[in-house]
Design a protein around this ligand. Structure first.
Ligand SMILES: [Zn+2]
Length: 334
């Protein structure tokens, strides 16, 4: 059972990458890992145009400093998936991966692409925290705030302000409120939130390329918890197949963390933390995130995610020790 599931998933992932046109190395060179937010808007407009409107962008709201927070949609199928990137401004690589995901699934009219788009609707909040990106820090921009979670004179930690008990209108963290509103309107079955962590090694010396976690807060239904672990396994296998080393992420129980909050709301909710391996590995890390995005969409489309053993997630190793001389203080938590 486990073996046949793995084989089915493996072939689904392979066909997702080949048929959906995983970009060539030449194309990958053109990916800007850190487009500014105006450039990001231009890239999304270009995707709308190149896809003939199959990819559609929307402005889900404005940051505290007036920058657009962009949403993008691809597909029109019954299974709804939400990807979120860059809640923490200084964790950038999910954003270029999302641009590549939109291109791979939205630009082109192959049978596989059209089939995928008929099965899933994928919304992406592309760079949830444009002010934090601009300032190259974790927080949003709210220097007069005295945040319970965040940094005085900087702003709120957006990934602590998704608690379903806080209505968006009362949410002090503006951009987290935008995500809450978007979630409430879209009601996705699947939510995957892309972050970045420091550098860690396993006991055998292998460096970790990504860590994953599912909801860990009391009150998440067993079925939502199991579904999240199935999604995590799909993401892990896609990243491992590309040479990655993936572990569990030691995340906390706090309800305001998106991973926990959207699990409490009933979605299969997963955190992906890409390791910050340095400039020479950025393209590989973007590629790895793209593979996870494609595999999750594909497995939701063909239903193979529901046949995955959720226990495989719990058998992933814990994250391991930080590399010496790396700063893990700010990125110790999701
Ligand atoms: Zn983060």
């Amino acid at each position: 059972m486990a073996m046949s599931t793995r084989t089915a998933l493996g072939s689904a992932a392979v066909s997702a990458l080949t048929v959906l046109g995983l970009v060539t190395p030449a194309q990958a060179r053109r990916v800007d890992a850190r487009p500014d937010t105006a450039e990001l808007g231009r890239e999304l407009r270009k995707l709308e145009w190149r896809s003939g409107g199959v990819v559609s962008m929307s402005r889900i709201g404005e940051s505290n400093q007036g920058r657009p927070v962009w949403g993008a949609r691809v597909g029109h199928g019954p299974v709804r998936i939400l990807y979120i990137t860059q809640q923490h401004g200084n964790e950038p690589l999910g954003t270029p991966a999302a641009l590549r995901f939109l291109a791979a699934t939205g630009v082109g009219r192959t049978a596989a692409q059209r089939w995928l788009r008929s099965r899933v609707t994928v919304d992406v909040v592309v760079r949830a925290n444009p002010d934090g990106h601009e300032h190259d820090w974790r927080y949003n921009h709210d220097p007069s705030a005295r945040p319970g979670h965040g940094k005085p004179r900087k702003g709120y930690d957006l990934n602590r302000y998704h608690d379903p008990h806080i209505p968006p209108a009362d949410n002090p963290a503006t951009e987290a409120g935008l995500i809450q509103r978007h979630y409430a309107g879209f009601r996705p079955e699947i939510v995957v939130d892309y972050h970045m962590q420091g550098r860690y090694v396993l006991g055998d010396g292998r460096e970790i390329t990504a860590s994953l976690m599912w909801p860990t807060t009391p009150g998440v239904t067993p079925s939502a918890g199991a579904f999240a672990r199935q999604i995590a396994v799909v993401a892990q296998r896609a990243m491992t197949a590309a040479g990655g080393t993936v572990t569990q992420f030691p995340g906390g129980e706090y309800r305001g963390i998106a991973r926990n909050a959207y699990g409490l709301c009933g979605s299969g909710s997963v955190l992906v933390e890409l390791s910050d391996l340095g400039a020479e590995h950025e393209r590989a890390q973007i590629d790895s995130a793209l593979r996870a995005m494609l595999a999750v969409a594909w497995s939701a489309a063909d239903g193979s995610v529901e046949r995955v053993d959720p226990g495989a997630a719990e058998r992933l190793p814990p994250r391991g020790e930080p590399l010496p001389d790396t700063d893990t203080t700010e990125r110790a938590a999701d």
